[in-house]
Design a protein around this ligand. Structure first.
Ligand code: ADP
Ligand code: MG
Length: 397
């Protein structure tokens, strides 16, 4: 689960970390009161969407010459003018895709006197099996470009879970970020505290880009991108209220209700598969034959008829789907259950696009019989290759 910058900052603030004062607003008319509650005279108006690159982003409605999604303002009136221009419009950034995201929340923040912009993130480094800090002196800009052009400027420090962040780790991080004086002093509490927040809240990513050194030498968290590990959700009922459903794909929300592993994609062939490995292979082979999958969907091992029905409905409800491929290898999952689920779903929602079904494994004969006797217009396939060819042909033809 992802949250907004202002929510991430509130969370970090509760750990005593240095973040600026700020007020989030959900309607433009709250801008003046929000700005007046801050010290001024410098303010920043920040679009709250679940995507980065907002500063360099562009509003669709305002044309290429308008300012981006993060704006400096020099007075309360300037804040209000910017809020009125930005609110409700669609921000397109490197991370939103061309469709962009509508800005329905803005964060009015105290402006900082920036001396240096640094990059810091904490993530799970799978190569060493540890939580690691990734830092760079080249913060504020496109970290992907830094990684590509000057990888030596990105430094990783993995943390031993038994000790947590040691003095040695702090020294290594401070050296990498060229911190001295008050900033180095701040770092001694900031790095261990960021780590503590990451671990306690079961985050999968905590990205602060930029972490800044201010003109007075002190450190501040200026941006915060926080993702939580969905598998640990049950341990954090306190985080549930931070979820912003308007930022999530409707089909993915529906799928999560049924515990289906579903990811919406850009193609037009809907896939219903059991097992993540088979789902990946199915997507690959669809691509091999020149088409694109509309989704990743793993119905899981012992899915019930209800779950299969729900999965099928989610696929058919997607207007981009021009054909469906059901590819099941029945191990724990029985082919007859899949067949019944598909038929139940089709009876409920109808079937307007070609459907190719490939069944193999436990109760395959019964599964095929159920489908054949259903009177549905199903194209059956013998193996994965055959199935992919048939659905691509049906969609393209
Ligand atoms: P994004 O990464 O989505 O573009 P950021 O929050 O990193 O958004 O803001 C982009 C840039 O705007 C920062 O790199 C920084 O230069 C400037 N900025 C952001 N917040 C403030 C602030 N409170 N005071 C001064 N400058 C800011
Ligand atoms: Mg940023």
């Amino acid at each position: 689960m992802n949250i907004h910058e202002y929510q991430g900052k509130q969370l970090l603030k509760s750990y005593g970390l240095p973040v600026a004062d700020g007020v989030a607003i959900l309607k433009a008319s709250d801008a003046e009161a929000a700005a007046k509650s801050l010290p001024g005279p410098l303010y920043v108006v920040k679009s709250q969407i679940h995507a980065g690159g907002r500063g360099k982003g562009k509003f669709k409605e305002l044309g290429p010459d308008a300012k981006g999604g993060v704006r400096l303002a020099k007075s309360v009136a300037d804040v209000v003018a910017n809020v009125n221009e930005m609110f409700g419009n669609t921000l397109v950034t490197k991370q939103t895709g061309p469709a962009g995201k509508q800005v329905n929340r803005l964060y009015i923040e105290d402006g900082a006197d920036i001396e240096r912009e640094l990059y810091l993130s904490i993530l799970v480094d799978r190569t060493v099996g540890r939580v690691a800090f990734v830092v760079s002196t080249e913060g504020g800009m496109d970290i992907e470009a830094v990684a590509h052009d000057t990888p030596e400027k990105i430094i990783t420090v993995a943390i031993d879970p038994q000790t947590g962040v040691t003095d040695k780790d702090v020294a290594a991080l401070s050296k990498a970020l060229k911190l001295d004086g008050a900033a180095a002093e701040d770092a001694r509490t900031i790095f261990p505290t960021l780590y503590k927040a990451f671990v306690e809240k079961d985050m999968s990513l905590l990205e602060v880009n930029p972490l800044i050194v201010m003109k007075n030498g002190r450190i501040r968290v200026l941006d915060a991108k926080v993702s939580f590990d969905g598998n640990a959700e049950f341990r954090h009922p306190e985080l549930a209220e931070l979820r912003d459903l308007s930022e999530e794909d409707e089909k993915e929300i529906e799928a999560s209700k049924y515990d289906l592993a579903y990811v919406a994609l850009d193609g037009n062939i809907g896939c219903m598969v059991n097992g993540a490995g088979l789902a990946m292979a199915t997507m690959d082979i669809i691509k091999l034959y020149g088409a694109e999958p509309a989704n990743f969907l793993d119905v899981g091992g012992g899915a019930s008829k209800e779950k299969v029905t729900a999965a099928f409905k989610i696929i058919t409800a997607d207007p981009a789907v021009k054909g469906i491929l059901v590819n099941i290898f029945g191990g724990i999952m029985r082919c007859d259950v899949i067949a019944e689920g598909v038929i139940a779903a089709v009876k409920e929602v109808g079937l307007k696009v070609p459907l190719v079904v490939r069944l193999e494994g436990t109760n395959v004969e019964l599964g095929k019989k159920i489908i054949n006797e259903s009177g549905l217009n199903v194209i059956s396939a013998d193996d994965l290759d055959d199935a992919a060819k048939k659905i691509v042909k049906a969609v393209k033809g």
